[in-house]
Design a protein around this ligand. Structure first.
Ligand SMILES: [Cu+2]
Length: 66
C-alpha cells in the first residue's frame, strides 16, 4: 500500500479531486482518504511516482510516507 500525507487536503472537495486524479492516472488503484489525518492510502497502484505526480498535478502536495 502507498501512503501519502497531503497537508493541503483540507475538505471533502480536495478528497474528491485527489481520488479522481489518482483513478485517472491508474484505474486499477483503490483510493482511501483519511481526511482528519490528511492521509491518502492507495492500494493496487503500479507506480508510486505516477500516482504522486497525479496528486501534484491536481494542485496538492503529497509526501510519500514509509
Ligand atoms: Cu478542500
Amino acid at each position: 500500500m502507498l501512503k501519502f500525507h497531503v497537508a493541503d487536503m483540507s475538505c471533502g472537495h480536495c478528497a474528491g479531486v485527489i481520488t479522481k486524479a489518482v483513478k485517472d492516472a491508474d484505474p486499477e488503484a483503490t483510493v482511501n482518504i483519511d481526511l482528519a489525518a490528511h492521509m491518502v492510502l492507495i492500494e493496487g497502484a503500479a507506480d508510486v511516482n505516477k500516482v504522486q505526480q497525479a496528486i501534484r498535478e491536481a494542485g496538492y502536495t503529497p509526501l510519500a510516507q514509509p
